[in-house]
Design a protein around this ligand. Sequence first.
Ligand code: LIP
Length: 256
Amino acid sequence: MPSELDVAIQAARAAGALLRQQFLQPHEIELKGAGNLVTEMDRRCEQLISTMLLDTFPGDGYYGEESTRIRPDARRLWIVDPLDGTNNYAHGYPLFCVSIGFTLERQPVAGVIYNPLLDELYAAQLGKGAALNGAPIHVSQTSELGSALLASGFPYGVWDRPDDNLDQYSRLVKRSVSVRCDGSAAVDLSHTAAGRIDGYWEQEIEPWDVAAGAVILTEAGGKVSLYDGRPFDVFGRSILATNAHLHEQLLRELLG
Ligand code: LIP
């Protein structure tokens, strides 16, 4: 029997190959909500991934962005974003990934993030470290906010909502090297794990955006919590993810 991580890697590579092959082709684009797009590729990849995972582990639950819910209360639950960065993908902007998290009693214990255009596969298993294309990765050593490169994002529906992240974003732009807005939470988490950026936060985030990245980051030596510093909860709808050294400083700045 293959391990959960092996099957997640196979599924992420298969979906990623499809995304790469169809990138820059015309897509069927629908709106799920304000600014929240879905393409036929999100759905095709969700179908492919859920089939591959559940064919191997038929009793498991599956919780995917594109509404696939199979035994969502299962103790062994896969939490999957088949295409994280859908807006980027739909616009031909080359930054997106596949994110597959495996949870036990809602705790992320294995995760895979695959960026098909760069052919970068991030993988981690609880207690076994994190790797990029098989080589161990570690977070950065940056400990001063003034030297930190950060990332964040804005919630869907930002046009009308008071908690729009704009105050926090502008404050951090003035305290750090800069704040990137990549449009893919999983890409940001993998980049924090690889030491390419030093920290990332987002509010109104979904479980499928963070389930894989949380375990990859912590196994790379980083720290995750909810946005306000409470212990991380994959269903907690916010995240602060750092190289650990910057966690408290960033938390203070965010909470103003
Ligand atoms: C998106 C994220 C992005 C975030 C959006 C959304 P999608 O996921 O990864 O960073 O700002 O709110 O959740 O919709 O591209 O899979």
